[in-house]
Each structure stands twice: as C-alpha cells, then as structure tokens.
Design a protein around this ligand. Sequence first.
Ligand SMILES: [Zn+2]
Length: 544
Amino acid sequence: MIKEIYADIAFIRGSVITVDNDNSIAEAVAIKGNKIIYVGSNKGVEDYLGADTNVIDLKGRTLMPGFIDAHSHFMLISMMLNNIVIPIDYKVCKSIEDIKEIIGIEVKKKKAGEWIILQGYDNEKLEEKRHPNCKDLDEVAPNNPVWCVRVDLHTGVCNSMALRLAGWTKESVKKFQPGELDIDENGELTGLVKEEGFGYINSLLTYDDEKLLEAYKMCDRMFLKYGITSVHDAGAYGGQFVKVLQNASLSGDVYVRIYEMVYRMLGKNSIRDFVYEHIKTGLHTGIGNEHYKLGPAKLIIDGSTTAPSCSTKEPYSHEPDLPRIINWTQEEMDTFFADAHLAGFQITAHCVGDDAVEKMINSIEKVLTKYPRENARPRIEHCAIINKELLGRIKKLGIIPISNPGFIAVNAKEYNKYYGERVEMMFANKSYIDEGILVAAGSDSPVIDANPLLGIWGAVVRKDIFNGVECGPNQKISVMDAIRMFTINGAYASFDEGIKGSIEVGKLADFIVLSEDILLSEPERIREISVTDTYIDGKLVFQA
Ligand SMILES: [Zn+2]
C-alpha cells in the first residue's frame, strides 16, 4: 500500500499509555511535523514508515503524553535557579544558623543597601522549629534589607532595614489583619509578615529583564527534564515577569507551553487591580497560541495549608487560637468574579480551607446562575479541604479542582497535626473521581519540587516522604487516575483537551519516554522513575 503521508518519526515496540477515553495501551505511534498521525499496533504503523522515517525502537519502554502541571509558579522557581532569589529550602538549610550563614555570604557579594532575597525555608523543618526573626537576620545583615520568604509563598521575614523600607513600625499593625504583621509579647515587630504584608514587600523589589530571561531558560530545562510539556503559570510579580515570559515563549527560548493566569503577588488590592486592568483592554482568556495563552483571572481568597493560615470553618486542631486568614468578603468576591466572567475570563481562585472553598463555590454558583455561559469551566486552585456538601456542589457546577497531591508527600505529618480528621477530605482526589468530577493536578512549585512523579506518588501512596506517616489513605487513587490528573485533565482545565493531554491522532506531538513502566512498577517506586526523553511539537527537547 502506498501512503501519501509518511511519518517523520515513528516509535515502535513500546508500551504507549495513550490516556484516551478508554485508557488504552498501544504499541506504536507515528509523528508528522508537530502532530500525531497514528497510534496503534506495530503492524499498523508499518503503513506510515517511509524511507526517511526515523524509526525508534522503544524495546518495551513506556511512552506517554507530556505532563501538564496545572498550577506552578514557573517564574518564581526560575528566580531560584539563577540565584536572583537564593534558595534556603530544607535541602539547603537545616537550621536558622544555616540561613544566617548563607545571608552572610550574600552580604559580602552585595553593596550596602542592596536587597538580599531568599526563598524556601520551612520553620517546621528547621532544627529550631521556629521562623527566623528580625534579630537573627540583623546579626548577619545590618546594612542590607533582607527578605526571607517561607516555602508557602504567603509568609516571609524582614530584617530591620527591610521593615524600615516598608515604612512599618509597631503602630502599623493596626492597618493589617491579625497575624499579618507579627508582634512579640512587648508589642515589637518580629519581622514575620503574612499575606497583605507579604505582597507589599514584594512590590518594593525590582528585577532585570535579561536576568529573568536567563532564569526562565533554566526553569524550562528543568521542566523538560521532569517531562513537563505544559504549565499553567500561577503568577509572579506582575507585568515585567509576564512580558519577559511571553517573549521567551514566542521566541522559542522557553519550550514548555504556558497558560498564564492573570494574577500578581503584590497584595490583595493589587491583584484585583491587575485583573481590572486586563478587563479594560478587552482581552480575555484564550488569546494567544499553542505556546502561550492567556488563562483565568485569579484571586487569592485565603492563606496556606502549611503556615498554616488558610480559612477553615473550624479552628486548627493543634492551636485553636491561631488566626485563619480570609482576604475577601463574599460580596467583594461575587462582584469581582461576575465582572471577570462577563469580560470573558475563566474564573479561578486560590482557596485552601473549607470556608474559602465554600465562598468561591457560592460566587461561582451566583455568577453561573445569573450569567449562564456554556463551557465556562470555573476552577478552584488547591481546593484543599472540602466536605460532602461542597463535593456535591463542585460536581453540580462543573468546577475543576486543581489539586496538589504532591503536598501530601511533603506535609502529611503536619497536615495530620493541623487538621485532624479533616485530612480524610483533604486533596480529596478519590472523592472527586468517584463523583465523576474532573480533577487536575498542580505541583505549586516552588512550594514543592515540580517533579510530577512526586505528585503521582503522593496521590497513589498518600505518605510523607520524610517519615512515612500516612495522610487520608481513604483518598488514595490508582496510578492511571493520577496520570490523567497530570495530563488530559490539565488540558481540559485550559480548554486544550482537543489538542493535547493524550496520545491520539491529530493532537500535538508532546510526549515523554520513561525509564521504567509506571503501570507495572511498585507504587512505592514511582518517585524513583525518571523521564529519559521529552518531545514537544515532535522535536526532542530533552534527553537523559
Ligand atoms: Zn500557587
């Protein structure tokens, strides 16, 4: 038989996890240009093999769609990779002394008055089991402002000079919600800052375009190594960051496909203003191309799971008096989301605690009832703690929860302590799937490592990698369901299930090859698996 179309590349004798509707496994795939033209058997693919076809024998290895990370702060990880922001995560710093040592090294490299920005410490994982404070940082950096960001990206610590530049004194506490500017028993600022104060410090910092581009390229390489071919970028510090990323994506400096949320981490009013500035342009979700596309309008409703600072209905289990932070009233949310929806935006919000999730569901329900729109696909980022009633409403309204199964792998022990029995409905992936709710997954990196295999492991095993403690084992899901969360469901969350997220004819040739068969390996081994090859648009963009 003479074919008019011969493949540029064909993969044969593999185990191809197609992630089609039937979760079928194929043997061979053929690619022409940037599209998949055949998926099926070793025999069937022969029709597509011409003299110039590059035939790759997989020798039984697994080929599957590239991962889609539906919530990751690409731009923030980038800055840690080229030291615009100095990493101080648990791998680097075991104690406050370690953090001080790193700051001391930076002080020597900088002029007096230059900012030193660090990111990633986790007080629970430091020897001292506390946050660094202003005095700790002053000891090593008396003449530079220091901004030490916690791993959750909602909390940070300033030294005295940074507090002075922010214009904050102990009197300023009154202008914030309780807990946002922390004070000690004498009423003095400790340097610890949350939420609105956190955004304000970020607004004082400036960056260089070329350094940002360099950082993005490094992050792109890291994502390709992890087999991530698309990312829903959950935002950074505003226009400059977006401009440089858009240019990098369109010029081919960044290969990973970007779905860009309209959001900037500069405090709550600044976030709202950013969306309204977009609304005024008339542009809305969907503008762009297969490489870079404008995503949903996003607000941040509450705090984080690990600070903890999220808005749960009931107090935290370990410290009932700890403030639970909620940024917006129901009325403010209703107005904002109606405006964004009417302007043509997909709507989403960072909601962690069940109180925040409920408020978002209320807003979505009102918006969709008053202004119905087919295919609106509202999302809830994290959607961490829910209950049976909220589950039913999520299903009814067609809301896409963007879950973070990798959080379980890193924080299981803390979650059990903070939330008690509520962990049974935390990142409730099994409940979503049993209800027929389409749930996608995000790493929220740099909050945790971006590696999707860590996320899949977390979804399947629901254990803490540090101590083996289980967390809500009733919510364990199958490996295939976890793969769907990190592929086709992520594509659906950005309206792209017609062009990517599975290995099917006509779709973009974004796929990866694994070091071993993920469906046959012991669940505990999943996070040891690595990606050996990553293809985007049919081109090899990473090889181990
Ligand atoms: Zn996030």
